[in-house]
Write a protein that binds this ligand. Structure first.
Ligand code: GRF
Length: 186
């Protein structure tokens, strides 16, 4: 299956998916990496791996107009599935509807707990014993939609945001490839 990945930053989840896709047994291939931030560090990582990139700033454009550009590029790339990987923009309802059941997101919490930003600090402040990450189908609501998979990690004594985020991120990298392989094989 042809997969496109949307990023806004360093793209470590995108890199993990690119590494997974190198396995001949992997059921998805990455046809495009797209970013709303032309300076996103992950773009260079994609290029280094020979993946075609598309970068276009959202600045000055209405959300729906920007998403129409994105959609046209995804269709031109032949994408069948879209993975959000640290894509830090809300998507317009029309765009989301056009990819229903074929667009996924990874979120650094055990949804439905801790939707939105700053999840690791909120988990620490709450004193939770457990934390993790979730892969879910994207719907019009932020960090909502049917859950495809979760991975759990312990919160350990002495954890700070950095140590906790690193423990979760290692699980994200495994979980995302596994959930996408399952989805495209349905
Ligand atoms: C990840 O923690 C992801 O779950 C969240 O944003 C972060 C992106 O990291 N949505 P990266 O760009 O994939 O390294």
């Amino acid at each position: 299956a042809k997969l496109a990945i949307l990023i806004s930053g360093r793209g470590s989840n995108m890199i993990a998916l690119a590494e997974a896709a190198r396995d001949p047994a992997c059921p998805f291939e990455i046809v495009r990496v797209l970013s709303n931030d032309p300076a996103a560090a992950g773009l260079a990582e994609a290029e280094r791996r020979g993946i075609p990139i598309w970068a276009h700033s959202h600045k000055g454009l209405k959300r729906a107009d920007y998403d129409a550009l994105l959609d046209a590029e995804l269709r031109a790339a032949g994408a069948e599935y879209v993975a959000l990987a640290g894509y830090m923009r809300l998507l317009s309802p029309g765009f989301v509807a056009g990819w229903a059941g074929r667009m996924v997101n990874i979120h650094p919490s055990l949804l439905p707990a801790y939707k939105g930003l700053d999840t690791h600090n909120r988990v620490l402040a709450a004193g939770d014993a457990e934390h993790g990450c979730t892969v879910h189908l994207v719907t019009a609501e932020l960090d909502d939609g049917p859950i495809l998979g979760q991975a759990r990690v312990p919160v350990l004594p002495g954890d700070d945001e950095e140590s906790l985020a690193a423990r979760v991120l290692a699980e994200e990298h495994r979980l995302y490839a596994r959930c996408l392989a399952d989805l495209v094989s349905r």
